[in-house]
Design a protein. Structure first.
Length: 462
């Protein structure tokens, strides 16, 4: 009897550059999130192309929206104490994950195969639980950000410009801490002090270049290269003592939700980078012991690590054929599938204008550069509009050169939104379709007051 093939219909949400090994772990993150949080993922899936090192994320947009507004109703009744609790716990757990990782790193090479497998299982359990705790914001942030934006736009002509003021907190993200540390290294002239600063940076931020594709081991040369790219923070100064707009009771609770969300997101991302860094260090050991190349090894699902260590021949036969896979959480069950199992709900063709959530004010017309992964970084030119699925810390040099940012994913407290407001450049997030509709060289108008992106001219002609 032929094996049953599953098929799911879903809405394309965004995408991520990465390998099957790291991306497939997101499925356990979603499962843990639903176990730990009152905000539930109704559906989540990825289709992953090993050849392109890219995945497409899929959701059920309507049920996400329903769950987001259920959480808003809950928060109106109970306030944001629940999120405050999540914030406190994920900060504690992320710090613990860092301590565990730092202690474990030098021990990996001396572990027996059995102990390596045990250490991997133990670490991944902690990592998935911590990442899962913070993942709840994915469910509600986009829809509540959009709702707040639409509500404010009914009363204020410059609603987008208000976001930096109403969402501002005194919290300093780990990315900003890293940036300030690197800037201090760049500016340090004392030949005796500089090496000490570099050593301290390596001790505290060794994970900063980790992605779902790779996690290079950072060294002195790497730190100096990162430091050389850093600029003075004068662009990032926040305006103080500005009068806040009058907000309705509902708007106030959404603002409170998003302020807590910013911190939860930041701690989640830190845990994510630490976790991916460790996954690649475990993979280095796995490859060294099995003799399998990292290129092939990165095709395994995250939960095949143990079996592959002790029955390498069987798994290797599977990995050599593995190219396109799907991972799916249907609200109850998880599926790791060796084929494309998602049928997309179609978007309209011949789109000339689309909308998202305006996250940083401004209006500009310029050429587009679509950046799907690190291979596209060198193509980006100063003065272009950065169009991407979502940004991460590695995008900072590009973001500083961009005149505007447009993303498929995100809400008012996502990485792209926060950095764009600090740089005072227009930003529209959560468009869902930007990377599908726009092509390199297209001339577009980004109107971050209205949240619209309008194609003025295609590269190939009018």
């Amino acid at each position: 009897m032929a094996e049953k093939r599953f098929e799911f219909v879903a809405d394309r949400n965004s995408g991520i550059e990465g390998c099957i090994y790291c991306l497939s772990e997101c499925l356990e993150v979603i499962r843990q999130s639903n176990l730990r949080n009152i905000v539930k993922f109704p559906f989540y899936a990825q289709t992953i192309d090993d050849g392109k090192q890219q995945c497409i994320e899929w959701i059920d947009a309507e049920t996400y929206k329903a769950n987001a507004f259920d959480f808003l109703r809950y928060s109106k009744e109970h306030g944001t104490d629940y999120l405050k609790g999540v914030k406190s716990l994920i900060t504690e757990e992320t710090n613990s994950l860092f301590t565990i990782s730092t202690a474990l790193l030098p021990k990996l090479k001396n572990l027996s195969d059995f102990d390596l497998a045990e250490a991997y299982s133990t670490f991944m359990k902690r990592y998935n639980e911590t990442y899962g705790l913070g993942a709840l914001t994915y469910v509600y942030e986009h829809d509540l950000s959009e709702h707040l934006s639409q509500s404010l736009n009914k009363r204020y002509k410059n609603a987008t410009a208000l976001f930096d003021r109403i969402l501002q907190t005194n919290y300093k993200s780990f990315v900003l801490e890293s940036d300030e540390f690197l800037l201090a290294i760049k500016n340090e002239k004392n030949a005796l002090v500089k090496p000490k600063l570099i050593s301290e940076y390596l001790k505290n931020f060794y994970f900063m270049q980790a992605t779902y594709s790779s996690a290079p081991v950072l060294d002195v040369e790497g730190v100096l290269k990162m430091a050389a790219q850093r600029e003075a923070q004068k662009k990032y100064e926040k305006k103080q003592n500005q009068k806040l707009p009058d907000l309705s009771a509902e708007e106030k609770i959404i603002v409170s939700i998003l302020q807590e969300t910013e911190i939860i997101r930041d701690q989640r991302k830190k845990a994510n980078l630490i976790g991916m860094y460790m996954m690649f260090r475990f993979l280095d050991e796995w490859c060294g012991r099995t003799g399998v190349s990292s290129e092939i090894a990165k095709r395994m699902f995250w939960n095949e690590f143990r079996d592959g260590l002790f029955d390498t021949k069987r798994l290797l036969a599977v990995l050599k054929k593995r190219a396109l896979v799907s991972i799916v959480f249907d609200g109850t069950n998880t599926y790791y599938l060796e084929y494309v199992a998602i049928q997309p709900r179609q978007i309209k063709k011949d789109i000339t204008e689309f909308k998202g959530t305006p996250a940083s004010s401004g209006k500009i017309s310029a050429q587009v550069r679509v950046v799907l992964g690190s291979d596209d970084f060198e193509k980006f030119k100063e003065g272009e509009i950065l169009v991407t699925q979502m940004t991460r810390p590695a995008f900072l040099p590009l973001m500083r050169m961009a005149v505007a940012i447009v993303t498929d994913e995100g809400g008012l407290t996502c990485h792209a939104a926060i950095i764009a407001r600090e740089l005072h450049i227009p930003c529209i997030v959560g468009t869902k379709v930007a990377t599908q509709v726009l092509k390199d060289g297209d001339m577009v108008e980004v109107d971050a007051e209205k949240g619209s992106v309008r194609i003025l001219r295609r590269k190939s002609g009018i």
